[in-house]
Design a binder for this molecule. Structure first.
Ligand code: AMP
Ligand code: ZN
Length: 117
C-alpha cells in the first residue's frame, strides 16, 4: 500500500535488519523499543487488521514466527509477551498489521494501561 511505512520496510525501501523472514512475514526490531527486546513481526502483504481477510497461511506464519523470533532474541526461556494493537482504543499507530514480541525483563502481571480520564 502506497505510503505505508511497514510496506516500505518489508520491500526493503526503508532499510531494516530482519531478525527473521520467510515467504509471508518479516521481523525487525522496533525503532522505539519499550523493553530490552522489542521486535515486530509483519506480513509482507499489506493488511491493516487481523479482520481484513488475512489468509490463514499468513496468520499462521505470523504466529509460527513468534517463538522463532523469541529464540533468536534470547527470550524463549525467560519469557516474552505478544501484543497486537488494533484500532484507536488500542493505540494502533501504524496501520499495517504487526505483532509485538516484547521481553528481556520481568513484567508486571497487569498488561493493560488506560489513558487518563
Ligand atoms: P503500534 O502502536 O502497535 O501501531 O506500534 C507501532 C510500532 O512501530 C511502534 O512501537 C513504533 O515504535 C514502531 N515503528 C514505527 N516506525 C518504525 C520503523 N520504521 N521501524 C521500526 N519500528 C517502527
Ligand atoms: Zn503496509
Amino acid at each position: 500500500m502506497e505510503g505505508c511505512i511497514f510496506c516500505k520496510v518489508a520491500s526493503g525501501e526503508i532499510p531494516a535488519t530482519f531478525v527473521y523472514e520467510d515467504e509471508f512475514v518479516v521481523a525487525f526490531d522496533d525503532i522505539s523499543p519499550q523493553a530490552p527486546v522489542h521486535t515486530l513481526i509483519i506480513p509482507r502483504e499489506h493488511f491493516e487488521h487481523l479482520s481484513d481477510g488475512v489468509p490463514e497461511q499468513v496468520t499462521m506464519a505470523l504466529f509460527t514466527a513468534v517463538p522463532e523470533v523469541a529464540r533468536r532474541k534470547g527470550v524463549l526461556e525467560s519469557g516474552y509477551r505478544v501484543i497486537v494493537n488494533a484500532g484507536p482504543d488500542a493505540n494502533q499507530t501504524v496501520p499495517h498489521l504487526h505483532v509485538h514480541v516484547i521481553g528481556g525483563k520481568a513484567m508486571s502481571h497487569g498488561m493493560v494501561n488506560f489513558s487518563g480520564g
